[in-house]
Design a protein around this ligand. Structure first.
Ligand SMILES: *[C@@H]1O[C@H](CO)[C@@H](O)[C@H](O)[C@H]1NC(C)=O
Length: 286
């Protein structure tokens, strides 16, 4: 009894936080913002860091870190129409990408620094991340740096969370506030066939493991944004993704050639400063 009262108090608090930060992004009462766009509220699942999300037939089972199954969902998986994403004013505005067609990826790491807080606040949401997707299924695994509100929480500050989207279902850890200048290591690691662990390896509380899903092949370094009304809603300067390294499951450095997609109309671009599978450098200019 006592436990359930505490739990519902916590839920109400989360809802309040979520409600105020998201006011400008709610297009209908049942739709909220995630990296990837607006989604049905009903298919969002906050998970504890260290959770394991297992694909079991057509179901997804969520295991709490203590091993208890806390949720079972049956997603409607969608097939991607194409691997590439068109740059948009809203959504993925600029990014670098590489599609692996050979030996599976064993790990994908990226280092970047939390940018300064944008000079202006118009309720915008910015997402910066390294991500990895299957070739044909609509799914993505991503350690995400966020400014502004999303379905996970957040607000007028930078915060990190790990997300897994599969078809119409979305799983995420609770955002953890980070400071401008803080160095982040976003990592995705193959830990079985095909099991992946995604997290900020230097921020505790951000880990999600996904087991028995699709092989992940399409790697990106991305800026995604919503509700931006002027350039100063972005941080000043640029974000440099460095130590961008993809190692294959056999231990070889992946034969990576990053290519970029830009949004020249809005002055947003991605530049590959050092290409390749090891210690590549990719800059997003605001
Ligand atoms: C395991 O975690 C779940 C969800 O957090 C909780 O409800 C349950 O009591 C925990 N079980 C044990 C044995 O600790």
């Amino acid at each position: 009894m006592r436990f359930s009262i505490i739990a519902s108090g916590a839920a109400a608090f989360v809802w309040l936080l979520f409600d105020t930060t998201l006011a400008v992004h709610v297009t209908s009462t049942n739709t909220v913002l995630i990296p990837g766009g607006y989604r049905a509220n009903a298919n969002l699942h906050r998970v504890s860091s260290g959770s394991r999300i297992a694909h079991v037939g057509s179901e997804i089972h969520v295991f709490d870190p203590n091993g208890t199954v806390v949720n079972v969902v049956t997603p409607s998986p969608a097939t991607k129409t194409s691997a590439a994403v068109t740059p948009e004013e809203t959504g993925w505005v600029t990014y670098a990408n590489w599609l692996n067609t050979g030996t599976p990826i064993g790990s994908f790491g990226t280092t970047w620094t939390v940018p300064p807080v944008p000079a202006t606040w118009h309720g915008q949401t910015l997402f910066l991340f390294n991500s990895i997707e299957p070739s044909t299924f609509d799914a993505i695994m991503q350690p995400v740096l966020q400014y502004g509100g999303s379905a996970a929480g957040g607000g007028e500050f930078w915060a990190v969370a790990t997300w897994y989207l599969y078809g119409d279902n979305t799983f995420f850890t609770t955002p953890i506030a980070v400071n401008p200048g803080q160095v982040l290591n976003g990592g995705i690691q193959l830990v079985g066939t095909y099991n992946y662990l995604a997290q900020f390896t230097n921020v505790p509380g951000t880990a999600i493991e996904v087991d028995g899903g699709e092989q992940l092949t399409w790697a990106t370094e991305t800026l995604e944004s919503y509700g931006v009304t002027e350039t100063s809603d972005y941080p000043s300067g640029s974000t440099v993704f460095s130590d961008v390294t993809i190692i294959l499951v056999n231990g070889d450095i992946a034969p990576v050639s990053w290519s970029t997609v830009n949004d020249p109309g809005d002055g947003l671009s991605t530049t590959v400063n050092a290409n390749g599978g090891s210690n590549a450098v990719i800059t997003i200019q605001y």
